[in-house]
Design a protein around this ligand. Sequence first.
Ligand SMILES: CC(C)(COP(=O)(O)OP(=O)(O)OC[C@H]1O[C@@H](n2cnc3c(N)ncnc32)[C@H](O)[C@@H]1OP(=O)(O)O)[C@@H](O)C(=O)NCCC(=O)NCCS
Length: 174
Amino acid sequence: MILTSARLTLRPFRAGDAQAFAAYRSDPEVARYQGWDTPYPVEAAERMIAEMTDPAAPGWFQYAVDLDGALIGDIGVNTHENLMQADIGYTLAPAHQGRGLAFEAVGRVVRHLFEDRGLRRVSAECDARNERSVKLLKRLGFRQEGHRVENTWIKGEWTDDLLFGLLAKDFHAF
Ligand SMILES: CC(C)(COP(=O)(O)OP(=O)(O)OC[C@H]1O[C@@H](n2cnc3c(N)ncnc32)[C@H](O)[C@@H]1OP(=O)(O)O)[C@@H](O)C(=O)NCCC(=O)NCCS
């Protein structure tokens, strides 16, 4: 299962990606609003890659974001048991941010979920302070549906979460 966009390939992870995956996840700025601590161990990356199964089955699947053969990020899709909706998460290595590549990659995966897999709804959640993530979701057409105040205990503090959703009928492919 491989998806392509103007500049990127979205593909399953392979064993050789572990080093690059652990490297960008170990950047404190990348991990700032995420659930993992830094440094992110290569062994955890290897485990994640080894455990990946079918992208269309219930549970998490990570797409590798590949630019000219190099791993520059990942997009996680958590398909619900009902196979009709999913949650997404995404990360881009800092050197590749600010170029519209996350917009292109996440947009391509969302299009795949609606057009090829027939999902009805995609949801996303992010730290209310994560401005780049909020901007990305809004540019993709996600609607802000909620604000959960001090909902998550992470890295020693209570944080607010913003909830976003996009229905297939509201998605405009680009
Ligand atoms: C969230 C994240 C993926 C967003 O990445 P990003 O590169 O800012 O997102 P986009 O691809 O939408 O790029 C937008 C920027 O590229 C610029 N850009 C340049 N060329 C562009 C193009 N061809 N098309 C669109 N935007 C372009 C935009 O102007 C915008 O710049 P700005 O932020 O200065 O306004 C990234 O910040 C990240 O990985 N963060 C760490 C992990 C994380 O927090 N993940 C989210 C958890 S909820």
